[in-house]
Design a protein around this ligand. Structure first.
Ligand code: CMC
Length: 424
């Protein structure tokens, strides 16, 4: 028994139990020995929405939501956003260390060599109408990669996993660009290996080499979105991955989870909300509606951050650099004023609701010329590197098995089948 323990007294029986505490955590299965009768199942914890349950150990991302800290592999997000690049960050998340110059060059070369989608893949996209949401295309695209790369099924083979991780990081970007071109009815643009990952993405969208300041802004946004520990989509990636499904199937599920407006879909919802508010005079009445429970202030609040999301602060700064090139997005004034009013309002203060990553990202995306529907894809592209790093960690974790939550059954007891003719 470790030196730190917890003693629990079951007041139903008067018995006491000692359970080990490790890493500020007790093992839920240690509670199973707490039972009234020997044939009982034993005590469980009830934790809908996983408010206080750790489902894995991880060494990838650290968040302290109370003071607003986010580190990837120990490196503060502010330093990575200021000095690093997205591909360097993807390497870091996956391998645990920043790459040397030679490692980064080799990594970049392999990513570039994997950008092309499998042959005839355009037929998959052509099967969808022009008005399809790009996130649907991304979900379908990853599902398609699952059958295009049958070797991806060998999830217990490290070399094979490595191949899929390169493909996933690279082709997420290509599919993101395709989803935009498809909606516009434009032909696909071949990538240019001489451009950085973010510049290449912009080139594949708009068929024009971008202003380096704008490419840099997209690179920073990619760094900020690359990982965020065990959120809804990452947990989905891990849960599907735990069944030993291939990583592309798991990525398709993770994209589906990200699509929701309470998660990655919030960036699109924020922009729609700002447009609906229209101008600063309408903010007070909008805030009153939110406080009355008629909708949420999108881009505000977070399960983990009970302080300013550090990513939102960096995005706000980046937006100023973008607007120097593109001119100011008029919605910025609405967003800034909305933030100011909300941060001084008792409702938001009491609930510790602060701007999250999605609050300002849409305003930049719009200034960069991205249509609103593409916003969540812009979140998903870099998040693929985080999802795959988390998946690799899962596959190497000997504590893990297939994910399988328990339930509290509150339904009917056993009863006999009644033939349809006899039912009242
Ligand atoms: N606007 C107004 N009220 C809110 C908001 C909001 N955005 N977020 C939470 N609340 C209120 C909520 O009504 C509740 O009030 P009460 O205690 O009176 O019932 C209280 O704050 C606690 O909210 P909760 O829903 O229990 O908190 P949660 O941890 O389950 O939800 C959240 C977290 C992010 C889903 C939520 O804050 C939200 O819906 N925000 C808007 C959507 C959004 O911006 N999502 C992006 C999240 S960051 C990027 C990502 O991870 O994808």
């Amino acid at each position: 028994m470790p030196s730190e323990t917890l003693t629990i007294t079951d007041n139903r029986t008067g018995k006491s139990y000692e359970v080990p505490i490790q890493d500020e955590t007790i093992r839920a299965t240690d509670l199973r020995k707490i039972r009234v009768n020997p044939e009982d199942f034993g005590l469980m914890t009830y934790d809908p929405a996983f408010m206080n349950t750790a489902a894995c150990k991880s060494t990838i991302t650290f968040i302290d939501g109370d003071i607003g800290i986010l580190n990837y592999r120990g490196y503060p997000i502010e330093q990575l956003a200021e000095q690093g690049s997205y591909l360097e960050t993807a390497y870091l998340l996956w391998h645990g260390q920043l790459p040397t110059a030679a490692q980064l060059a080799a990594f970049t070369e392999t990513i570039n060599a994997n950008l092309a989608l499998p042959e005839n893949f355009n037929r998959l996209f052509d099967g969808f109408g022009r008005d399809v949401h790009p996130m649907s295309l991304l979900m379908a695209g990853f599902a398609g990669l699952s059958s295009a790369y049958p070797d991806a099924k060998k999830v217990l083979d490290k070399e094979c996993r490595t191949r899929q991780i390169y493909r996933g990081i690279a082709q997420a970007m290509t599919m993101g660009a395709w989803s935009y071109r498809h909606r516009k009815g434009l032909p696909m643009v071949a990538p240019r290996p001489d451009l950085s990952f973010a510049a290449n993405f912009l080139y594949m969208l708009f068929e024009k080499v971008p202003d380096p300041r704008l490419a840099r802004a997209v690179d920073v946004l990619f760094i900020l979105h690359a990982d965020h520990e065990q959120n809804c989509s990452t947990s989905t990636m891990r849960l599907v991955g735990s069944s030993q499904a291939d990583p592309f199937s798991a990525l398709s599920a993770a994209v589906a989870a990200l699509y929701g407006p309470l998660h990655g879909g919030a960036n699109e919802a924020v922009l729609k909300m700002l447009r609906q508010i229209g101008n600063v005079e309408n903010i007070p009445s909008f805030i009153e509606k939110v406080k009355a429970g008629e909708g949420r202030l999108m881009g505000f609040g977070h399960r983990v951050y009970k302080n300013y999301d550090p990513r939102a602060r960096i995005i706000k700064r980046t937006s100023e650099e973008v607007f120097e090139v593109t001119g100011k997005n008029p919605l910025l004034e609405v967003a800034t004023e909305l933030e100011k009013i909300a941060l001084h309002d008792e409702y938001f203060i009491k609930r510790k609701l602060y701007p999250n990553v999605d609050f300002y990202s849409g305003v930049i995306y719009e200034a960069l010329g991205f249509p609103t529907e593409l916003f969540t894809v812009l979140f998903a592209i870099p998040r693929v590197s985080g999802w795959l790093s988390q998946w690799e960690e899962l596959m190497c974790d000997e504590d893990q098995k297939i994910g399988r939550p328990r339930q509290i059954y509150l339904g009917e007891g056993k009863r006999d089948y009644v033939p349809v003719a006899d039912r009242k």
